[in-house]
Design a binder for this molecule. Structure first.
Ligand SMILES: [Zn+2]
Length: 476
């Protein structure tokens, strides 16, 4: 095989993810019709001609969240309690302890408090009360509440960077403006709330046992999603008011069911393209990071901001240019979403717990928790990543970073413009400029990420090219 950026790098990165030198052979036969084979790449000039550098690859941080440590029983118990509130419509009662949104809030706060007790005081529970007006509040201000559980970061420079996971605890019947009809909302989005809460248990426990996380972790259960993403929009404002920078946001919405034969399947992970050329967005980089942490057997990347015609709580973060992605189950059944419970022509409608698959949901909880763990252990992402060297034989990648004694260095990443995933091109110990000798600026995309001495990686930061004047004739 030719020593090219994309081909050798692929082996290196697969080895680092799976620890398998033979992962190349596992490629499905169908993909081989379209993917460039080693033979095809020999039809291209070697790049760089002298061969790739031998990048040092640090192993990922030890102490991964184990699948068997996920408490599926508690996830089920929480969802059943939420369903027991009858409805959790944002427009329903916030004060009735047995029926309505306030009942839902109480179940989540009680569970977070139980978890906080076991965390040795590491987990702080916050109920955030606010008011919002929107089309789906009939233009009138309505009260809302979000619940947060927070594990503060231990690194003074990173404690104001927050990695969060969120599910929404409000639910809706067929008519989104009806606060009285039953709306069990087991999957949408009791499942996402259960994933967020279980992630808090898994990670606050780990934090209590050993060293803390460098960055802050926040586990959210928000309201107002069905009324137009009100709770998450407020959450973003709240984070800014508290002085946090969003390092990454994982939205879990409809992550509970997996009815197709062969379950559990991979969870889908949606990430937007960004709105500039080359499909560059921090959200896409967060998605790539999650896939690399959890593995391709766990995560199905979907390069689209959300399903067609649908929205979710990652959207306000995404629109603000922040890294935000959405987890959603592999195959949705629309009879069990946004439906007032009823039977019509022998079809049962309604979002009940009996349709959930806890083996699948437990996988989702593990994968969220492990992604958050590694991201919160990582050094800060580099800044000012730039690519220069157009119309020269060498690509020049430069970036900045603050001093960090816990950082081992940086990985320079590259990919073919048609490849969805990054390859590690080289490892360098310090920030500044690196010249990729004999590598064209034109045939690849480039990015940089920071690597901790513990092996945790920041999300990748794509290099920006210097903008040149348009080649079109200037208007006279
Ligand atoms: Zn939802």
């Amino acid at each position: 095989m030719r020593n090219q950026c994309w081909s050798k790098g692929l082996v290196v990165i697969l080895m680092s993810v799976f620890g398998l030198a033979f992962a190349f052979h596992a490629r499905p036969a169908a993909a081989q019709h379209t993917a460039a084979s080693a033979g095809d790449t020999q039809r291209d000039p070697a790049e760089p001609a002298q061969g790739m550098p031998h990048a040092k690859i640090l192993p990922r941080p030890r102490g991964a969240v184990a699948r068997q440590s996920v408490d599926e029983k508690s996830m089920r118990a929480l969802i059943e309690k939420l369903v027991g509130c009858g409805t959790r419509s944002t427009l329903s009662s916030w004060s009735d302890p047995k029926l309505g949104a306030g009942c839902g809030r109480d179940q989540i706060v009680a569970r977070f408090n139980e978890i906080a007790k076991d965390s040795g005081g590491k987990l702080q529970v916050v109920v955030d009360k606010f008011e919002m007006t929107a089309e789906r509040t009939a233009g009138k201000p309505v009260p809302l509440e979000n619940v947060y559980a927070i594990v503060p970061g231990t690194d003074p420079k990173l404690a104001k960077t927050v990695f969060l996971v969120s599910g929404h605890f409000d639910s809706r019947p067929s008519n989104v403006m009806d606060p009285a009809a039953d709306a069990p909302g087991a999957d949408d989005d009791g499942s996402g709330v259960a994933v967020s809460v279980e992630s808090a248990r898994l990670l606050s426990k780990a934090s209590a046992n050993g060293k803390g996380y460098r960055a802050t972790l926040l586990f959210a259960a928000v309201s107002g999603e069905e009324q137009g993403l009100l709770g998450s929009t407020h959450l973003l404002d709240w984070l800014k008011q508290q002085g946090y920078t969003v390092g990454g946001m994982l939205d879990d919405d409809i992550v509970g069911a997996d009815p197709a034969p062969g379950a559990p399947h991979r969870v889908r992970l949606f990430s937007g393209n960004g709105e500039i050329e080359d499909c560059v967005s921090p959200s896409r980089e967060l998605a790539r990071a999650v896939e690399e942490i959890d593995g391709r057997s766990a995560i199905r990347l979907i390069f689209r901001v959300d399903r067609y015609g649908r929205g979710g709580d990652h959207y306000p973060f995404y629109k603000a240019g922040l890294p935000a992605v959405r987890f959603t189950e592999p195959l949705e059944n629309y009879d069990h979403q946004h439906q007032t419970p009823r039977t019509e022509n022998g079809v049962e409608y309604g979002d009940f717990a009996k349709y959930l698959n806890f083996a699948f949901m437990g996988n989702v909880a593990r994968d969220n928790a492990e992604a958050l763990r590694q991201l919160a252990l990582a050094p800060a992402a580099p800044t000012d990543a730039k690519l220069a060297g157009a119309v020269t034989p060498d690509a020049k990648v430069s970036w900045s970073a603050e001093d960090d004694p816990e950082r081992a260095g940086f990985e320079i990443l590259c990919r073919e413009t048609t490849e969805p995933r990054w390859q590690v091109y080289d490892f360098v110990p310090s920030a500044g400029q690196t010249v990729l000798k004999g590598v064209s600026t034109d045939n690849h995309f480039f990015a940089v990420r920071a690597v901790g001495k513990n092996g945790a990686r920041s999300i990748a930061v794509v290099t920006e090219i210097e903008r040149r004047p348009s080649p079109l004739p200037t208007k006279r």
